[in-house]
Ligand binder design. Structure first.
Ligand code: GTP
Ligand code: MG
Length: 222
């Protein structure tokens, strides 16, 4: 048993070393990397599409993680955004090596933001370092208000929780008080924003938060 634990530890630390190098390389290029996590269909790609309207398409690039297909990459390209697709073929989360290989295909100059859409699920991507500076969980009202209580680790590791599909909250009897109370019990300091894909004001608030995080990271006031 202890042997198994040692092996797991060394695999993890190799990943962490690569993740650290990625994070530093992106920092040198003044790029903020945002790891977008959440259940399948929670609205991760929609969020990236919508938030891109508040940035210059040239300053963003996206790495898409899915088991199969390039559906989400094509959605990005339709918005004029540089995108790279990773297919994990069964793997339930992205890892640092996958991101390192993707970055070799992307010209980092002139970019300010990297959005990484992780494989859709609330378990595996939590706590895996992929070079990100910011962890975002897109958690939709339609999944039910019990998700923080059932899947606490991903919320614990997040910097920003987006309650997505907020326009549907009444239809699905989303219990917002319970949801918020459960999140606060897991991580009191986490930023929580409510978003709906057609509510520009809600998306603008996210863009402002992410922009501020970038400014704080690089300590520049522009
Ligand atoms: N009503 C409503 N529907 C939304 C909202 N955001 C996303 N959707 C819909 O939810 C569905 C799934 O959205 P996606 O953005 O593809 O979800 P995803 O998390 O990227 O899905 P995977 O990549 O498959 O994990 C689409 O039909 C979206 O139009 C929202 O704010 N309100
Ligand atoms: Mg998607």
């Amino acid at each position: 048993m202890s042997e198994k634990l040692d092996i797991d530890k060394s695999v993890l630390s190799e990943n962490d070393k690569t993740a650290y190098k990625i994070s530093e390389e992106l920092k040198e290029n003044k790029i903020l990397a945002v790891n977008v996590m959440g259940s399948p269909g929670s609205g991760k790609t929609t969020f990236i599409e919508k938030i891109s309207d508040f940035f210059n398409p040239e300053e963003i690039f996206v790495i898409q993680g899915d088991l199969e297909s390039d559906v989400d990459k094509k959605r990005m390209e339709k918005k004029g955004i540089d995108a790279y697709q990773i297919n994990t073929h069964g793997g339930c989360h992205l890892n640092a090596d996958m991101i390192k290989n993707s970055l070799e295909n992307i010209d980092l100059k002139s970019k300010n933001f990297l959005f990484i859409e992780n494989v859709g699920n609330l378990v595996c991507p939590a706590g895996i370092r992929i070079g990100q500076h910011l962890n975002v969980v897109v958690s939709s009202t339609t999944e039910g208000s019990d998700k923080p209580k059932k899947y606490p680790v991903i919320f614990l590791n997040s910097d920003l929780v987006l309650i997505s599909k907020y326009d549907l909250s009444d239809v699905v009897d989303f219990n917002e008080n319970k949801y918020l109370k459960d999140i606060r019990n897991i991580k009191n300091s986490v930023k929580i924003l409510k978003i709906s894909k057609n509510d520009k004001k809600s998306i603008k608030e996210c863009a402002e938060f992410i922009n501020k995080k970038r400014r704080n990271l690089f300590n520049d006031a522009e």
